[in-house]
Ligand binder design. Structure first.
Ligand code: P6P
Length: 338
C-alpha cells in the first residue's frame, strides 16, 4: 500500500508558506524567501523582550530622543538593533531605512543582497508602559542598481514595493505579510517557537464597522474631517449601532483590527504642522500596500498613498485607510470642503 503524502500539512509554518509562494516565481533566487523568514526571526527576538518589558527594567525611556524628536523607549532600541542585525546578515539586504535612524543604513557589499527594507521597528512605542499592543512595520523593495545603493532606492513610490507586512506584539505575536497578491496572517506558537498560518488570504470587509481617529485633534482638523466623521457616525440609528469607535493610539494594532473587521483609520494633517503625523515610507506605505492587496484602499485625501513621491526618508503624510468606498468618500469630501 503506497501512502500518498499530504499536499498541505495540517499546520503550515511561515517558512513553508514563504517557500510555497517562491515556487510561483520560477526565476526566484530564494533571497526574498530568506529575507521574509529572517524578519520572522527578528519578530521572535523582539517579542521575547516585549513580553518581559516590566520585568527586566527595560521599561520606560532611555532619556535619549530619536530623529523625530521623540523620547526613545528602551524597547525601541532593542527592536531596532534586532532588526538591523538580522537584516544585515540575511544575505538578502543591500540597504535599510528605519524610523530610528536619521540616515539610511548600507550593508557592507560583501554581505549585501538584492533588497531594500524600510521599517518602523516598534510602532506605538509611546504605549509600552501601558502594556498596549505595539508592532513592527516593514516594506521591501528590489534594489535599483546591483553595484551601489542609491538614494532613489528609498525615495520611491510605495507602489514599487514587492512585499510588505507587520508583526504585532499583543495577546499573541502575529505576522501579517503580502507579496502583493494575497495577505496572510501567522500566529507564533510560543511552545514550538514557530509561526503557523492562522488567517489565510485576509480580505478587508467592504463595510465600515469601525472608525479609528483621535477625536481630541478636532480643533486642528481640516474642514472636511468633522463632516466626514459625522457622516460615518450618522449611519447609526436609534436601534442599531452599525459603526463603533475604536482607537488605541497604536497604528499597527488599529490597522490590524480594521483590516479584519472592516474599519477606517484616519490621521489627517492638522493646522499645527500642516503635515500628517504618520511617516510615509515605513508606516503609511507598507499598510497601504497591504490594504490594497486585501481589497481596501489608502489615500492622503488627494490620491493613493502608494503614488506619493517621497522627498526625504522621514516624510509624513495624511493617512486615510480602510474599505475602498469610505476612503473614496473622504477624497470626495476633501474636494467638497477645499
Ligand atoms: P496621536 C504612535 O506613536 C503613532 O505613531 C501611531 O502608532 C499612532 O496611530 C499615532 O502615533 C497616535 O498619535 O497623536 O493620536 O497620539
Amino acid at each position: 500500500m503506497v501512502h500518498c503524502v499530504m499536499t498541505t500539512p495540517s499546520r503550515v509554518t511561515l517558512t513553508q508558506h514563504i517557500l510555497r509562494k517562491q515556487t510561483e516565481h520560477p526565476g526566484a533566487t530564494g533571497q526574498l524567501s530568506s529575507l521574509l523568514t529572517q524578519i520572522g526571526v527578528a519578530g521572535k527576538l523582539i517579542q521575547a523582550q516585549v513580553r518581559r518589558a516590566g520585568l527586566i527594567e527595560i521599561w520606560g525611556a532611555t532619556g535619549d530622543t530619536n530623529v523625530q524628536g521623540e523620547t526613545v523607549q528602551k524597547l525601541d532600541r532593542i527592536a531596532q538593533d534586532a532588526l538591523v542585525d538580522v537584516l544585515k546578515y540575511s544575505g538578502a539586504v543591500a540597504g535599510m531605512a528605519s524610523e530610528e535612524e536619521h540616515d539610511s543604513i548600507e550593508v557592507p557589499p560583501a554581505l549585501a543582497g538584492d533588497y531594500i527594507v524600510v521599517f518602523d521597528p516598534l510602532d506605538g512605542s509611546s504605549n509600552i508602559d501601558a502594556n498596549v499592543s505595539i508592532g513592527t512595520i516593514f516594506g521591501i523593495f528590489k534594489r535599483k542598481d546591483p553595484h551601489e545603493v542609491l538614494r532613489t532606492d528609498f525615495l520611491r513610490p510605495g507602489r514599487e514595493m514587492i512585499a510588505a507586512g507587520y508583526i504585532i506584539y499583543s495577546s499573541s505575536t502575529v505576522v501579517v505579510y503580502t507579496d502583493g497578491t494575497s495577505v496572510d496572517g501567522f500566529t507564533l506558537d510560543p511552545a514550538a517557537g514557530e509561526y503557523f498560518l492562522s488567517r489565510p488570504n485576509i480580505r478587508m470587509p467592504d463595510k465600515t464597522k469601525v472608525l479609528s481617529v483621535n477625536e481630541c485633534n478636532e480643533p486642528y482638523w481640516p474642514k472636511w474631517v468633522k463632516p466626514y466623521v459625522e457622516t460615518i457616525k450618522g449611519r447609526n440609528d436609534h436601534d442599531k449601532r452599525r459603526v463603533s469607535s475604536r482607537h488605541i493610539g497604536s497604528l499597527v494594532s488599529d490597522f490590524h483590527r480594521n483590516l479584519l473587521y472592516g474599519g477606517v483609520f484616519l490621521y489627517p494633517a492638522d493646522s499645527r504642522t500642516n503635515k500628517g503625523k504618520l511617516r510615509l515610507l515605513y508606516e503609511c506605505n507598507p499598510l497601504a500596500f497591504i490594504a490594497q492587496a486585501a481589497g481596501g484602499y489608502a489615500s492622503n485625501g488627494l490620491g493613493p498613498i502608494l503614488d506619493l513621491q517621497p522627498t526625504a526618508l522621514h516624510d509624513r503624510a495624511t493617512l486615510i485607510i480602510g474599505p475602498k468606498a469610505d476612503v473614496e468618500l473622504a477624497e470626495r469630501m476633501v474636494k467638497e470642503y477645499a
